[in-house]
Write a new protein. Sequence first.
Length: 545
Amino acid sequence: MRPMPNRRVMTTLALAVLVSALAGGFFGPRAQATEDEVTAHMQVFSAALAAIEKQYSGKTESDRLVYSAINGMLLTLDPHSTFLDPRSYAQMRERQEGRYYGLGLSIAPIEGDITVNTIFEGSPAYKRGIRRGDVIARIEGEVTKGWTSEQAVAKLKGPKGTTVNISLRRRGFEELIEMTVERDEIQIQTIRGAFMIDDKTGYVRLNDFSETTNRDLGRALTDLQGKGMKQLLIDLRDNPGGPLDQAIRISNRFLPRGEMIVYTRGRVRNSEQDYRALDDPTVPQLPVIVLVNRNSASASEIIAGALQDHDRGLIVGERTFGKALVQSVYRITEGAGLALTTARYYTPSGRLIQRPWDGTFDEYLTYTLREQDPNREHSAKDLRYTDGGRQVYAGGGIEPDRHKTGPVEGFDPSRFGRTLWARATFQDFAQRFTAEGDTRIQGGKNRRFISRNFQVDDAMVAEFKKFLADEERVKMDEEAFTKDTEFIRAMIRFGIDEALFGIDVARRRLLDEDPQAQFALSQFPEAERLTRLSNTRRTTASRQP
């Protein structure tokens, strides 16, 4: 008798075949599969799974096989329909809700070590002095070498007010750093910088979207208005998107009641929706510039498209990613989930900004690695017009009103510089420094204390170059290093500022050097013209009988 998959796998298997039937019925050229066809599909799939479990030469995991099969199915549909295994689904829900209970850090296994990737400011981990790059060598006395992220997360998370004992390994410390950390509610920060650039210009960086982003943005805008803000720079660079309702509510802060923000069209029930501003704007007349790049996607593009189509904001930077597929997330069996494309969204002028994709998605997914042509030709069928009569185009992302290349923190470095950034060399270099007066963690050899107003001088650049040679992670290119010196100096300072003095300080200082942001700030006269145009049009419309 051949072995049969367990009950959990069979439940997931049934789901896999059901999704297959739906894919054929709703999204493919075939009619919806009949009940007999579904049964036949299940028998074929079950037989194949059983044969693999019995005959395959290596060890197999039924769950992984079924999960991979579902993903394979979804890959025949579009680049964004995905299966979420229990861990991915839980992470997605945490991201959407914007909170969880734990230490306030993200981790990843690097060369077998549980390594800290990110620290949330104000979290228990931040307060105890844990740094990016620290290795969590032990949790409750257990050596974590070789652990998966899931194993470590299960030990680190827990009810609010409980504690966990951890041992950190950090460069420059001969002994492990022992500490007890009390768990707390963690607010996932989607606003990563909100401050006044000068006496009239406010700045807000939306790094991500969660269910709390609109509320958090409202608080930030109120604070900036209280400080005298007369114009606003919204930074949506590298923002991958998030919940649709947050993009709508944020757009409504700038657009008057009744204005179209976005509309969706699809083939399934309730997929055709028009979303309009429901409230009066909280920032009705300030000139606004929206800063975007090739990694701004989805909800970011909804905001940029709505403000551009209504002439409410000037879009500056690079052409955005071009993701206009709406995913509905379904919670299914065993804590897993399914993000299935159910509609496409359109900007108020009728633009579909979804980029086309190739059969394997290779061209689509490598879009951000290629250079952009700001003067690319457009098809006449893609032409649309803003409320004020300006030309805009559909067919692939939101094109900025003013183009300025800057894919890496506003800079356009060489391949060498981009590799330094991608491999986190600047953040790792920052580990050797400690802020003056920081007494959270004592000890260590060769600790370098540094003040908040430090400058990256030639000696520090030379030290960074030696650090690269010692690490041997990036092959040195002297010519490229010289060419990228301005970028390298800025990233050294940004990495140290973020680690030691916080994201507001880091962003504020980086803006002074950021070529893309500086170009955007020079465009406020045009943003003011757009604001007058928008206000005049609305005033005229309100007087119509």
